[in-house]
Design a protein around this ligand. Structure first.
Ligand code: SF4
Length: 941
């Protein structure tokens, strides 16, 4: 007998069922195949047909199994029975929980809707949550963008009608040079990794500009260890070099930007700094052929970038001339900024030359005719293959809005936006600032707000102020303190509510926002505010707190009523074009989540709970005329809600199932999504793929899909006229006047051209006493605080040392295992240190949100996250140090109100190792207790 090879099953079946849904282990929203065995999650892999990840799955995504089975999951609605912070709760029924919430909220709606403050954290259902808050009638609603990256988002939309990440992406197929500014590793995670892989395969260059060389910067071809807060200075110096060398795209500037628009230059005119307009209000350019001013969008106009125009004795000059004068000044020369940025002048000049060489000497062409909004036909699409990407690193500073504006100016001068090889918008963007709503904030008892809360004021008349000029919102968004706070200021809500400034609230309603720990500036102070009582009444200063979360986070202990959420595999969700979709530059896309497993606890998806509350409160849109609920749950809402006739949360399979974008609700829509992989794409035709803001074919396609109702071509705003309107008010013009103490700051910071100024905290402190910058970064393997409770991911990052550059390591004679005390003007922490050579010499940093409070998240109170992990938040304050002028200024960007996390300045000293990181907080009693010492998960054999 011959030898018989043993049979080996090389691909054993890991599951009996596969269900396709959308990952939520971070915000990228990759497609996943969830393998089930015996009805339980056995394995998760990437969906190869999904546009976001094409099958790629990261460590977080794979570890979703341990998230769905985490011991920290809340199990039932809870009512607090001990003092706030005691962790003493009793389980109650859903009926009781919802009735309690209604009993608290209904009188507020009837009498003073603003006394409900509803703020959400990392959720992805803002089109529902904002609509609910609008129908309730409270002005106090926002999501977490104000403490994340609103500077990036608002500057992008205001300058060019879209920003990075969810709004746009590099042209990964054609880019030859990519600049990454301050990018976190967990945002846009798989898409950037896939994109970088494509660039590397083609030999394209990647340059990282970041104080810390980790993650994407570690695989970059070149790295600029910039000093935190000076990105704008570097960028404007690059602009200086390009202007001086004449290496800018004049044709692009003349056609597609407001560079040729004529600006009033009479310093005494109430219109100084505003555009010359015709009788219909259209801005004017000088036509090179006729030498006459004509509307910017007149057919066949040839806008003049060089010459001014005098009318009624007033000189008007094109934006481009003003801009060139500004940035050609010696203060922007590389030699003038090098020391401050920590980058030699020769490297700045070399970077500018490299940008110009790739943009202009390696220009690419696509043989694709197209027609612009003036009716001009172009035989080809000409591209400048330089792309840029930025996130929180440039955003989380008090100069972040103007820095992000500067970055867009650089992109636009090179002609790299919406051209082949450059930066491309993703539908529903581009969408200019003017197409966004104005903010609405006037509360009327028993009535909805008259429009959406969030948007873009175009001038002082659009601010959210009452008749006396006081802020209408609890976070003071859209006030003179931060006029363009397009995402609200979540980081100020608790401090303002506690101070009763501008007024007291009754109920704080939070969703997925860990405000008693890693989401607040000055954690201990915020805990004190949440637990503080009124000496006269003995009641809590913030009387009621309702919180919804899936897990026993630190915030749970400080709430009065807990509405337990499901995990992401147990729920319906909608990743919608009305909200934060998953589109690509070539296609609009949306997606769903659906319950691929049933919850094994008494929990409900928060969005369904919100819809139920809306019906119980009788909110318009949530009840029919006879008072019965319009929607059974979130799935029903996703299917049947119409924001405008024919436009709903999902674009696919509308009407009879064949209609896309516009169409009547279709009862089979969710079933069709599930059948086809839980996502849907609508591809942009070839002639509409680039130059989207000005491309007639794109505009018509977008109208057809329902992104807008009529074509809306526009010009990029190099000169941001709405900012100038605020400056004019600060100079004394117009009926809407700022308070005197804010005039100088508005004039200084709301410049219509991008500027750089020193971050506020730096100028408010003794810099010799606090010589170092302190930052956090987000690791690829964690997403906010969720990941650091995950049994698998904790094995990657179970603690977070403070990383020090070589010069500090040597200067303080640190050795492995040492600890340091870190002191800021607001507090001190004692933490373990580690050496990292690839770091700006004046910067120390750590991973974000690894540190946990003992007792939270069902972790052992002695877990390394609690004993060796830590937060930098203890060193940060939501207010700047006193300056002696009687005001405590917010630690925020003065334009958008973005929390300035990265302005933090500190000093360090070596100290003996304590038994655990300091400050140490008393362990929390958790309603779910502590998980088992060993966690294993195996389904079947
Ligand atoms: S990148 Fe984010 S969404 Fe994609 S698989 Fe990883 S965790 Fe999931």
């Amino acid at each position: 007998m011959g030898h018989q090879e043993p049979h080996i099953d090389l691909s054993p079946r890991v599951s009996d069922t596969i269900r396709k849904t959308t990952c939520y282990m971070c915000a990228c929203r990759c497609g996943i195949d969830v393998h089930l065995k015996q009805g339980r999650v056995a394995y998760i892999e990437g969906n190869r047909d999904h546009p976001v990840n094409r099958g790629v799955l990261c460590a977080k995504g794979a570890a979703g199994i341990m998230q769905v089975n985490a011991p920290s999951r809340l199990r039932a609605p809870l009512r607090r029975v001990g003092p706030r912070g005691s962790g003493q709760f009793e389980e109650i029924s859903w009926d009781e929980a919802l009735q309690t919430a209604v009993d608290w909220m209904a009188p507020l709606r009837a009498n003073a809707p603003e006394k409900l403050a509803f703020f959400t954290g990392r959720d992805q259902s803002q089109s529902l949550t904002s609509w609910w808050a609008q129908q309730f009638g409270t002005p106090n609603y926002a999501a977490h963008g104000g403490f994340c990256s609103v500077n990036m988002a608002a500057a992008g939309i205001a300058t060019m009608g879209g920003a990075f990440w969810e709004f746009g992406q590099p042209d990964w197929e054609r880019t030859k040079l990519l600049l990454l500014f301050g990018v976190a590793e967990d945002h846009d995670s798989n898409p950037i990794k896939i994109g970088l892989g494509k660039l590397k395969a083609r030999g394209a260059r990647v340059i990282g500009i970041n104080p810390v060389r980790s993650g994407y910067n570690a695989v970059a071809d070149d790295w600029f260890a910039i000093t935190p807060g000076t990105d704008g200075l570097l960028i404007l110096s690059l602009v200086h070099c390009l202007l001086k060398a004449g290496r800018i795209d004049l044709d692009y500037l003349a056609r597609y930007t407001n560079a040729p628009l004529l600006v009033n230059e009479d310093p005494d005119s109430p219109e100084n700094g505003l555009f010359l307009r015709d009788a219909q209000g259209k801005p004017l350019v000088l036509d090179r052929a006729s030498h006459l001013p004509v509307a910017f969008d007149a057919p066949a106009v040839k806008p003049d970038l060089a010459h001014g125009y005098r009318r009624a004795g007033i000189t008007h000059r094109p934006v481009f001339r003003i801009l060139a004068d500004r940035y050609l000044a010696p203060e922007h020369a590389p030699e003038a900024v090098a020391e401050r940025c920590g980058i030699p002048a020769s490297r700045i000049r070399a970077l500018a030359a490299e940008l110009a060489r790739v943009a202009f000497d390696e220009a690419i062409e696509i043989d694709q005719p197209w027609t612009d909004f003036r009716g001009t036909r172009h035989a080809k699409m000409v591209g400048r293959p330089v792309a840029m990407h930025a996130m929180r690193g440039i955003s989380a500073h008090s100069n972040g809005f103007q820095t992000a504006r500067a970055l867009h100016l650089l992109q636009i001068l090179l002609g790299t936006v919406e051209t082949p090889g450059g930066f491309r918008f993703k539908p529903p963007y581009p969408k200019p600032m003017e197409a966004h709503p104005r903010p609405h904030a006037t509360a009327t008892p028993g009535q909805p707000l008259k429009g959406p809360h969030l948007g873009f004021p175009l001038g002082p008349e659009d601010l959210a102020l009452d008749a006396q000029g006081n802020p209408q919102r609890i976070d003071k968004a859209f006030s003179w303190e931060n006029p363009l706070s397009a995402h609200g200021l979540m980081h100020m809500v608790i401090a303002n509510a506690h101070a009763g400034d501008p007024y007291r609230i009754d109920t704080l309603f939070l969703y997925m926002a860990n405000m008693a720990w890693n989401s607040s500036m000055g954690t201990a102070r915020v805990i004190d505010m949440l637990t503080d009582t009124d000496p006269d009444t003995g009641e809590y200063v913030i009387p009621r707190i309702i919180y919804s979360d899936a897990y026993s986070s630190e915030m749970v202990a400080y709430a009065d009523l807990i509405l337990p959420d499901t995990t992401y595999l147990e729920r319906h969700d909608c990743i919608s074009l009305l909200d934060r979709p998953i589109s690509e530059a070539e296609a609009a896309a949306d997606a769903i989540r659906w319950p691929v497993v049933d919850p094994d606890r008494d929990v409900r998806g928060f969005q369904s709970v919100l819809i139920d509350l809306g019906a119980r409160l009788g909110l318009p849109g949530f009840v029919t005329e006879d008072g019965s609920p319009v929607y059974a749950d979130y799935a029903d809402y996703i299917t049947n809600h119409q924001r405008r006739p024919g436009i709903g949360p999902l674009m696919g399979f509308r009407g009879d199932g064949t209609e896309t974008g516009r169409g009547a609700p279709n009862a089979d829509q969710l079933a069709r999504y599930i059948e086809t992989g839980s996502h849907f794409q609508a591809h942009i035709p070839p002639a509409a793929q680039f130059f989207k803001p000005w491309n007639s074919a794109y505009q018509d396609w977008a109208v057809g899909l329902g992104l807008y109702d009529s074509p809306q071509p526009y010009l990029f705003n190099l000169w941001l006229e709405p900012l100038r309107r605020f400056q004019l008010a600060a100079e004394g013009h117009g009926p809407h006047q700022p308070p005197d103490h804010l005039r100088a700051r508005i004039k200084a910071t709301m410049d219509p051209l991008p500027i750089w100024y020193e971050p506020f905290e730096q100028s408010a402190i003794d810099q010799d006493a606090y010589p170092l910058h302190a930052l956090t970064q987000r690791p690829m393997a964690m997403y906010h605080s969720w990941g650091s409770q995950n049994a698998w991911l904790r094995q990657i990052h179970g603690e977070n040392p403070l990383y020090l550059p070589t010069n500090l390591w040597d200067e303080h004679r640190f050795a492995e295992g040492d600890w340091a005390r870190v002191t800021s003007p607001h507090g001190a922490i004692t933490v373990p240190v580690a050496h990292m050579a690839a770091l700006n010499p004046n910067t120390i940093w750590t991973w974000n949100a690894i540190g946990k409070r003992a007792g939270a998240w069902a972790l052992d109170p002695k877990a390394p996250e609690a004993t060796r992990g830590f937060l930098l938040n203890h060193l940060i304050h939501e207010l700047l140090p006193p300056k002696g002028d009687g005001h405590r200024w917010a630690n925020s960007d003065p334009v958008t109100g973005q929390a300035a996390w990265f302005d933090l300045r500190v000093r360090i000293e070596k100290v003996p190792a304590p038994d655990r990181t300091q400050p140490a907080f008393a362990p929390l009693a958790s309603p779910v207790g502590t998980g088992p010492a060993t966690l294993a998960w195996k389904i079947g054999k």
